[in-house]
Write a protein that binds this ligand. Sequence first.
Ligand code: GNR
Ligand code: NI
Length: 178
Amino acid sequence: MAILPIVEVPDPRLRLVCAPVETIDDEVRQLVADMTETMYDARGIGLAAIQVGVARRVVVIDLQERETEDEEKPEAVRDPRAYINPEIISVSEETSRYNEGCLSIPEQYAEVERPARCRVAWLDLDGQRHEEDMDGLMATCMQHEIDHLNGVLFIDHITRLKRDMLLKKLAKARKNAA
Ligand code: GNR
Ligand code: NI
């Protein structure tokens, strides 16, 4: 396994439409393993392959809360799931708001409104097809990740004013860190 560098805005790769996985081979399994390690290292709850520079429709998610913010999650409570070629089948009319963040837009957050529930289909690492209704944080996170596969970021769902403010704050934070 390897911790891979995370692609950040304004990298144009984040705007690519990713290609479906045709065969679940060792390369895909290696990618999922590396994405999982990278997600935990970065303390994210999800990660799309394009965030490590690979333009394929692969997502990993583990929503589980950590004990404290700066404590790394113990192996025992880790429950990483891989979603290959995930697709939204339907969404609820009801929406919900969540204060979203993204590892590709470090330390910036904004309230995003999305469908509260969605039905999602995907393949697991054995090539088995699954279909499931999702709600709560899982529905939000899955929609955020599938957006990445289509070159969409959470800042595309907020007003231009809020987006410009957020990107300005990011530029400032980067400048201060440099
Ligand atoms: O770690 C993450 N937290 C998060 C919080 C609210 C909504 C979505 C997310 S996903 C994000 C990790 C990430 O950037 N995934 O693409
Ligand atoms: Ni993200």
